[in-house]
Design a protein around this ligand. Structure first.
Ligand SMILES: C[S@@+](CC[C@H](N)C(=O)[O-])C[C@H]1O[C@@H](n2cnc3c(N)ncnc32)[C@H](O)[C@@H]1O
Length: 271
């Protein structure tokens, strides 16, 4: 069964505001694989579970046509409302029923979304829609995140992790696929030519407000908010206050280095 999350307008808006695009290292990992497999330059890339288009945008620079797809109408509306290249369009549809013809897609990507899909049905669609020699890149950022700022990086990361651990208590059980570094997703990919990379580190440009907003955009936080709104809101307010005090600054706009670890499953359909 596919799992529907991120449906509400409010969550989609927070998501659009605070979720970040794939970092440089992740982009380069994917692009060098596609070059190695001679899958770029190419006609059509499809980004499945595109949310409000965080990963879809960078594909626009490398393909003639890019289609972002998502099961959530609210997410697709946010994506459509965000300025993007003219070769990018968006569609509402489930990952398990992609509205593309057999062997019509050059590259299929999915950023931080595949753990919500019905893997068996999704993988059948991946195999069906990709052209022979076409490639797939399925990635996620993990919960391994840290913060760097002056000489208080360790303290800051500790504050972030304490907050994050409290939020992760409300995780959906599908987060286990992220915690196991997409092992099961890798195994479900039906191509013999495949690999899984688990140590891609990226520095994401952030501010204190952005870090707190990122936590707010996480699906477990949204569950926390529904179950116990007062505690959930207080947790984020207190975390922001502690971060600012530790950094010795007063502005939420203060930049801070946010480091994330990505996992990426790459595969190529035989010719
Ligand atoms: C964590 S967000 C990732 C969004 C974006 N790709 C990013 O990198 O930030 C997961 C997205 O997957 C979508 N999603 C969940 N289940 C889906 C399904 N079965 N088919 C298509 N999209 C799905 C959600 O609506 C949500 O927008």
């Amino acid at each position: 069964m596919a799992t529907q999350m991120f449906e509400g307008r409010g969550h989609a808006a927070v998501y659009q505001k605070y979720r970040f695009a794939p970092g440089e290292e992740l982009q380069q990992t994917i692009l060098s694989y596609l070059r190695e497999k001679k899958a770029i330059p190419a006609e059509l890339a499809v980004d499945v579970g595109c949310g409000s288009g965080q990963g879809t945008h960078f594909l626009g620079e490398h393909f003639k046509k890019v289609v972002g797809t998502d099961i959530s109408e609210a997410q697709i509306q946010e994506a459509k409302d965000t300025p993007c290249m003219p070769n990018i369009s968006y569609l509402v549809c489930p990952a398990e029923e992609l509205p593309f013809q057999d062997a019509s897609v050059d590259v299929l990507t999915s950023f931080t979304a595949a753990h919500w899909f019905d893997f068996e049905k999704f993988m059948k669609e991946v195999e069906r829609v990709l052209k022979p020699g076409g490639c797939v890149a399925i990635s996620t950022y993990t919960v391994d995140m840290s913060l760097r700022y002056g000489d208080c990086s360790e303290k800051l990361t500790k504050i972030f992790r304490e907050c994050w651990d409290a939020i992760l208590k409300y995780s959906h059980n599908r987060l286990k696929y992220v915690l196991e570094n997409y092992k099961e997703i890798f195994e479900a990919l039906p191509f013999p030519d495949k690999k899984r990379i688990t140590d891609i580190y990226d520095q994401i440009p952030m501010t204190v407000e952005g870090v707190v907003g990122y936590m707010e955009s996480a699906s477990p936080y949204q569950t926390f908010l529904k179950n116990d709104p007062k505690t959930a809101r207080t947790l984020l307010q207190e975390t922001e206050k502690r971060m600012l005090e530790t950094m010795g600054v007063s502005s939420r706009e203060t930049p801070v280095e946010f480091w994330v670890r990505h996992v990426c499953v790459l595969g190529c359909k035989g010719r």
